[in-house]
Design a protein around this ligand. Sequence first.
Ligand SMILES: [Zn+2]
Length: 685
Amino acid sequence: MKLKLLLFFITFSILKVSAQGLPCRTSEQNAIVYRNNPSALQEKKDFDVFSKKFALEQKTATSKTAAATYTIPVVFHVYGVTQSGSTVTYQKIVNHLEQLNNDFNGRSADYQTVEPFFQARRATLSIDFKLAKIDPNGGCTDGVVFHPAKNGYGNGGGYDAQIAADAWDNKKYMNIYIQNDLYNDGSLYNSGVAWYPNSAMTASNTARVVFNGAYLYDNSYSTEFAATLTHEFGHFLNLIHTFEGGCTGTDEVADTPAEDGNHTLGCTPGTNCSGAKVNFENYMGYNGAQGCYKMYTQGQVTRMLAALQHPARITLWQPQNLINTGVSTTGTGSSLVASTISFKESSVNDGSFDTSSIITLGGTKKFALTSGNMVAGTHYTHNFPAGITPIVTVNSNSQITLTLSGKATNHAATNNAAGGITFLSAAFVGGTTGLSCNSVFYDFKFASPYGIFYVNMADVVINATTSWEYFTIDKGDDPAFGGWRFAANALKIETYSKQLVCESGTRNISLIAPNVIVGATSNFTSPAAYPGQLDLRKSGYTVWDGKTGYVGFNYLLDGETCYGWFKVSVDANGDGYKILEYAYNTKPNAPVKTGSLDVVLATTEYELEPKSFTMYPNPASDVVEFSFNKLNLDKITLTIYTINGVVVDVVKKPTSYSVAHLAKGMYIVVATDGNFTETKKLVVK
Ligand SMILES: [Zn+2]
């Protein structure tokens, strides 16, 4: 029931949309966490009392002691190196963090141009967020971990297990997740979200800041807008929006006037609903995002200092932790940096791995070899999973490539483990002296044996009484669905971005008979914007009335596309329906057959030769011949586009096509028979 309320809340919360980035949903997403964990809400309330007392003590202290400097080890998890067309690189993270540290410490130039009225009220926090140099296993790191593209970690629920699996110990590291689509809702314009100090989240390794890589300092259309990460770090240190609750709300800080709730001031001075001047340059408002984020107030800095005493934050900056995470050293020891620290079992699913990791030796140290392979026992030792042997190929005296041979003895998902390789003295010119670390640790990720799994679920019953019901399937990166009676005789299925098989050119969910393949060649249709709904029944689409059939769906499992079906029964009057059972295949890109109740089937039984078309010759200068496999030529239309998307020609029932009239260059050819679509490149020479 909680989850149901939660999704309902997300679905219908109204967003204030600004032109170049949607505002942060920290209040809403924290509220979701508190709703599901009342003791966390109590902790927050108690800590607000502590923070006020702390502020009072600071104020009445007769002698001010020198301000302490805090250091916080951070790790960035980057999901996809391209976000909204911009790249996310290690160097861009470094550059952004420098800007962010400047903001907190008052080193940014615009700190000097704060509106005169607020100059006496501004304050800085002496804090240094530093990329970790030692990982949780004691191995080398540069503090930035690259993962395959994934989204949704901005949600206050539904992704916790995946987040925790990728997290580094929350008591030791501040974890920042860089994703493009924060809520996995198709919007690429949400900038960031963060969670206040919360002991339960720290204990479960879900404490975090989530930020859109498109708004990193080097990527953002505005470097001032990039300071929204400074805003999110403010939340991480317990700061609340200065417009929280509107005219009658509070951010629990005394010297921040309520911001105009509509953020209509932008960077122009003005007053709020009480007639007080608005601190539109404050990092915790939204006005400043339009180009003038400049300051925190003294009250906010004091509240952050209190937050650093919170059980969920105090462990981060302890001296021993700074040593353990490698951020206390000022030296410039050489270090090893791996291009990836995660190995995923190959899709063959036999315990083997077919990817590699390039390890670069930074600083002044050099490897002893310049070519050939390093020798186990002489140059390195390892504790990789049983059955897996590293092959260390030397590319140069500063770079090696690590590949994996053999098959892991145990390779179910429950066997996921970290394994390290430690380089010995003989691997380096001059031994290990001058190295800040000499090990690299990897996450070995296995996939359980593939299979088609059948689930006789508790029926989801949708009718005039229960118009909406949220449910999840067993597997998937985002396993949520919703049954929805939009209005009388208007029935929909919510998919949260996943696709369903639909009738060609429509959003009408196909009624699929038993023993039909659902797979790559099915006519999958994307839903519209979040939560994403497709029509099961509506005026003009009544084929489901009184029928029981199958709905084909696809879903992502660890980033790979997989297929499944629901068995659905629609009432005779077309005003309600039931979802009765479902099945799914865990093998990436492999089909599933409707109605099959076998728990695990040999997936090869359903392997299909893909439908496709071929063009010959290509490149071409005269006539191109087309041939089609398993497609009805009478239904085929070819559309030829320029690489800029301009239609050049449309050809029906194509067998051959003259390119004589086309300028030399590349063209895009799209073939479709109404259900199946394939795109190929054609070069005219
Ligand atoms: Zn915010």
